[in-house]
Each structure stands twice: as structure tokens, then as C-alpha cells.
Ligand binder design. Sequence first.
Ligand code: FES
Length: 70
Amino acid sequence: MYVCLCHNVTDARIHQLVRTEGVSTMRELREHLGVATQCGKCAKCAKDVLREAVSEARCEGSCSGMLAAA
Ligand code: FES
């Protein structure tokens, strides 16, 4: 799904950026992808997707840590 039409940013791209670059704030997202820097209509949706992606990344990290310890 497209999150930011002005910069052609999808939710998948945000999830990928969180996993690979450790992005966790709107400021970092803005710097990397330009999200919410033009019309600004995507800000709320981008924030929601970012929050979800960070939460998933944290869960993956702690789950793999648990597996490594087992
Ligand atoms: Fe993201 Fe316009 S839709 S800045």
C-alpha cells in the first residue's frame, strides 16, 4: 500500500528500512525517504506504519534472541 504518494513510498519500504537501517523515528523516516516533507497528508499514516514496523522489528529481535539462548 502506498503511504506517501508525493515520494512513492510504500508500507513495505518503511518496514524494510526499519529492519535494515534501524529507523525508528519520524525524523529518520523523513531524512531517508522524504515522507511528510511535501504536502504532509501522509504524516499520520506514516507514523502508524512506522510504529507497527518498529514493534514488529523489536519482536523479531527478542524472539531470535530467545531462540539463540535455547
Ligand atoms: Fe507524503 Fe505528500 S503524500 S508528502
